[in-house]
Structures are given as C-alpha cells and as structure tokens.
Design a protein around this ligand. Structure first.
Ligand SMILES: *Cc1c(COP(=O)(O)O)cnc(C)c1O
Length: 417
C-alpha cells in the first residue's frame, strides 16, 4: 500500500496529479512546474502523535506517515536524521542573540544534510524499480547519493563540475560511484545529467525536479519542531543554494503544526553568499510570483555548496520564506570565514563554508535589525568542515611552526599568541 500521499500539486498552477504520473507539471514545464507532494494529513494525524513518536526510531524514518514510501520500502530504523540540537550560549553571546541552538547535520552518514534527501531518493528509486540513479551536484548531494546508493546496492552516476572540493570527490570515488567531472559550470553539469537520465533511463535525483527529495529534507523541519516542541525558536536559519533545503524545512515545521504535534511555526531566515544571491535579490525586490525564470546571476563565493547562480527551486524557497514571514540576508566570504572560526571555537562544531554561512547570517540579521537581542534562534549546520579542507584552511589560520625544543614553546606562550 502507498503511504499517505494524496497527490502532487504544481507549485505554479496548482494542478494536482496522482502520485507517479509525472516528475514535473507537463503544463508549466520542467523549470517552473515543480511539484509538491501532498499528504492525507488527517489520516496521518491518527497515528503520528507526540505519544507514538516517543517509541520510534531515532532517525528520520520516525516520520513514515509523512514520507512518500510504501510499507515495504520505508525502513524501521537507520542512521540518517535525528541529529542533535546543541545549545551554544557562548556563540549566542558573541552573535548578540538571546539563545542559539545548532542543528548539527554534519553527523549524517556522508557528513551533510543532503543525506536526508538522498536516503529517500534511493528508496523511492528502488520502489519504482530503478537500478541506476543519477544526479548533478556542487558536491554534497553527490557524495550523499553515492553513499546511500552504495548502502542500498544501486549504481550511482554523478555529474560534478571541475570546482568540486577534493574531500567530496574522494568520498564519491570511495563509495564506488561512476563520476563524470564536467569541464564546465554546475549549470552545465546539471543540464547534462538531465539529458543522460532521459537517454539512459536513470532515476533522476536532482532535487528540484524530483519532488520526493524535498520530502527527505523536510524531516529536518519535522525534527526541529519535535525537538523544540515546548521551547520554540523565533527563527530558523538555513543557507540557501537551489532552495530545496529551506523549502523542506518550512514544510516540516508547517506539517507538524497542521498535525497538532506542536502549536507553532518559526520565521525562516534564508542566507545566501553575497557573490551569488539571486534569491535574496528577488525576495528584496518582491518580484511578481509569476515572473519568468531568472536571468543569469554572478557566481563568486568560496562557499561552494551554495554557489548556485540559477536556483532550481526558486519558487518553493521564496514561497516558504514569505509564508513564514521571514527574511533573506547575504553574507560576504569574510563573514563566512569568521563564522567558520566562531562555530568551531565557540561551539565545537566544524562547519563547511556553506554551513557556516547560516551562522554568519545571524550576525548580519542582527546588524540589519531583523533579529533582536532576545531572539531565540536555531541554525542548521548543513555540512561538515572536513569535506573542504582547503576552504577551511583559508579561514582558520596557520599553526605555530617550531623546532622540537621547549624554548620555542615558552617564547610563544610568553608572547600570548
Ligand atoms: C546543498 C547545501 C545547502 C543548500 O541547500 P539548497 O537546497 O541547495 O538550497 C546548504 N549547505 C550545504 C552544506 C549544502 O550541501
């Protein structure tokens, strides 16, 4: 029996399709006609309650009623999700907010938030009878897909651009994926992967066009709602590239409220890198909801995971931030590097640049008066710093090079460095 999915609605025209009919809306096309999975929430509310949740697995599979998987394909237990929420009073103080909790998604199997989506994608692919799966990625979606595919015994075909950091490339190869390193941008890799899926019949994991993947990302929002049930944050902060993550997080928060598990939702703060900020710009200019697909934007940031000049899930992301009465901010590479140091040294969390951007966004939102000094904030740490060592080293400085003599140490200690 299928899960509680009631249909898939086009985010542009609103038309509802039955599950399995299409990946994107045939009327609105693959760029604009992104579909959103809808559930029978009344039926889900019968079994998904605060009480029943207490007995379930500490993974994202605890929310089976809200996932697009049937009984035989939805695991009872697993390693993805249910990441810890870490209270960080020192970081909160330095950033000037009342309270800050970090949702540490670096602890997923391949080290990023993307595992939530890939795990659902791989199982959904198996459910539809696929034997090969493919995606284009700035890095994490790829390493995550390769990891989950290897665990499930599916072949993974991965399209990356030449700019992929070495740590992520090493993960791909270690997980045994077939890696196509495209001599071009992420946009080129994306277009090629779509063509290849059509040509070779591979299951397409690309997050925007595949509506089921956002359902995996949604579990982060479901978890935040559950973990903060009686102590809600005012704001949830998430860095934004394609926009699937923030859209999923919002959906998770909203569904938990609709089910009556919690009585609140939070404002969403989307953070983009100043050098690549098409969604922040569009939000700022309050563009018409039915405006055309955006023109090419600049693409310059060292936070590779959010270096996305043509965001594939633009409408879902903008709708989510608007519906939450939220905001967007942009942060410079210098602010991101500072946030890498702050998250590491004040909270013990080693974030990759795109993940640290969320922390940088809190400081920026304080400066701009979006957050006040009492604000209670949850920031999602979306990826592990070990994935991009070169990027991290640019932010964190150099060690003390010394000869093997205590004298050298004395000199440095005395100097207070
Ligand atoms: C993919 C990613 C994001 C942004 O998610 P989108 O769905 O592209 O907006 C943020 N941080 C990290 C580490 C990521 O890998």
């Amino acid at each position: 029996m299928l899960s509680h999915v009631s249909g898939l609605a086009c985010v542009r025209c609103g038309k509802v399709y039955r599950a399995g009919a299409h990946f994107t809306c045939p009327d609105c096309g693959p760029d604009e006609g992104i579909l959103d999975v809808r559930y029978d929430l009344e039926r889900a509310a019968e079994t998904l309650t605060r009480r029943s949740l207490r007995r379930r697995s500490r993974s994202q599979w605890r929310y089976r009623e809200l996932l697009p998987l049937d009984e035989t394909h939805c695991p009872r237990d697993g390693l993805v999700g249910w990441s810890p929420l870490i209270d960080t009073p020192r970081l909160a103080q330095v950033l000037g907010v009342g309270r800050l909790r970090l949702k540490d998604d670096t602890r997923n199997p391949s080290g990023s938030f993307k595992d939530r989506a890939s795990a659902v994608g791989v199982l959904h692919a198996l459910q539809t009878g696929a034997s090969e799966i493919a995606c284009a990625s700035t890095g994490n979606a790829a390493s995550s897909l390769a990891c989950c595919a290897a665990a499930a015994g599916l072949h993974a075909n991965i399209f990356v651009s030449r700019r992929i950091p070495e740590g992520k490339l090493a993960q791909l190869l270690a997980y045994g994926a077939r890696v196509f390193r495209v001599d071009g941008s992420y946009a080129d890799a994306y277009a090629l992967s779509t063509q290849a899926c059509a040509r070779f019949g591979w299951y397409n994991r690309n997050c925007a066009v595949n509506p089921y993947l956002v359902e995996g990302k949604k579990t982060c929002g479901l978890e935040i709602a559950e973990q903060c049930a009686d102590d809600p944050p005012d704001w949830v902060v998430c860095s934004v590239g394609d926009g699937c993550s923030i859209a999923g997080v919002y959906k998770g928060l909203a569904e938990m409220k609709a089910l009556g598990v919690v009585a609140w939702t939070a404002h969403l703060l989307g953070v983009q890198a100043a050098g690549v900020a098409p969604l922040a710009a569009e939000f700022e200019h309050a563009a018409d909801r039915h405006a055309a697909f955006p023109a090419k934007h600049a693409s310059d940031t060292y936070a590779d995971s959010i270096n996305v000049p043509v965001p594939r899930n633009r409408r879902k992301a903008l709708d989510a931030v608007r519906a939450s009465d939220g905001a967007f901010v942009t942060v410079t590479d210098e602010q991101i590097m500072e946030a890498v140091r702050q998250a590491g040294s004040l909270a013990g969390v080693f974030a990759e640049p795109a993940a640290a951007a969320a922390v940088a966004g809190i400081a920026e939102a304080r400066t701009r008066g979006i957050l006040d000094e009492h604000a209670s904030v949850v920031a999602i740490i979306t990826g592990n710093g070990l994935k991009d060592i070169a990027g991290a080293l640019r932010a964190v400085g150099v060690p003390h090079d010394i000869s093997p003599r205590i004298r050298d140490i004395s000199r440095i200690v005395a100097g207070g460095a």
